[in-house]
Design a protein around this ligand. Sequence first.
Ligand SMILES: Nc1ncnc2c1ncn2[C@@H]1O[C@H](COP(=O)(O)OP(=O)(O)OP(=O)(O)O)[C@@H](O)[C@H]1O
Ligand SMILES: [Mg+2]
Length: 319
Amino acid sequence: MTERVGFGMRPGSGSPAEEETSSAGEPLPPDASIDLAKERADSQVDEVLDALDRELVGLVPVKTRIREIAALLLIDRVRERFGIDSGRPNLHMCFTGSPGTGKTTVAVRLAELLHRLGYVRRGHLVSVTRDDLVGQYVGHTAPKTKEVLKRAMGGVLFIDEAYYLYRAENERDYGQEAIEILLQVMENQRDDLVVVLAGYKDRMDSFFSSNPGMSSRIAHHIDFPDYAAGELEEIGTMMMEREGYRLDPAAEPVFREYVERRRKQPRFANARSVRNAIERARLRHANRLLDAGGSVDRAELTTLRADDFLGSRVFGAGS
Ligand SMILES: Nc1ncnc2c1ncn2[C@@H]1O[C@H](COP(=O)(O)OP(=O)(O)OP(=O)(O)O)[C@@H](O)[C@H]1O
Ligand SMILES: [Mg+2]
């Protein structure tokens, strides 16, 4: 026999499934069983996972890990119904990768997922860098860091380029103070806050070797590889589609060649550089249409042509 029991969200979680069948502390009898498909549907976790799949090209290992974490949390909650206490899993993470590889985007989805699974109360993302945490004068760092932590509570705290918190050359750097506070909160309040440290892999590795306390609190290391040329093209096509544009078939090789060249340039920022190239093409497209004067039809309004991209200077064009 299958006994159908909802998750019963934590108080104040504001989550949709509000079926508290057995009151808190009343575990299900050992011979009860729970319909996992229903639990899964009730949590609405698949909507977030599917959005992640749809929105982001590639990143298969990243998506797989996020799915695994979702499964763990779902099963943990079912175990809880039987009174099996596994303790909150540690979910602090480290996202390594170059700029524009999707780290922030995935962190936003992760926050939403953790919220749906009742792990955090609010499911928002607070994104900070060293300057938001560390003060310039004695006594300024602790209040700054605590204020950020307060804002992030109930969600995900995303610390971009986290290694700047630690300056090996300066023993009395205030960054150390911020690290100490973070370490404490990561240990003691991990039931309502997930910290994600992000940045380049090599710098993150040396940060961890100088900060073993931080390293030991990170449960998941997720690497975001640079995109292959084909993936960047696909990302570009997707971005254009979302914004109501299409690429003129004659412009396809031009766009491809642009991406291939740009990849090898300095300050290349993966998907963000593709986005910027499209923004510039939109600008040129609009000006081209206005300069031509006369009337336009839908096709002209939505089609980006080769010359819209050819104007994209590769050298010194920024990212
Ligand atoms: N795999 C992908 N598919 C589609 N769009 C993507 C993908 N990866 C990133 N993007 C898009 O590229 C832009 C930059 O992504 P995001 O800000 O998540 O990167 P990031 O790794 O956080 O970069 P940074 O380290 O510079 O902050 C966003 O507009 C995002 O939607
Ligand atoms: Mg980012």
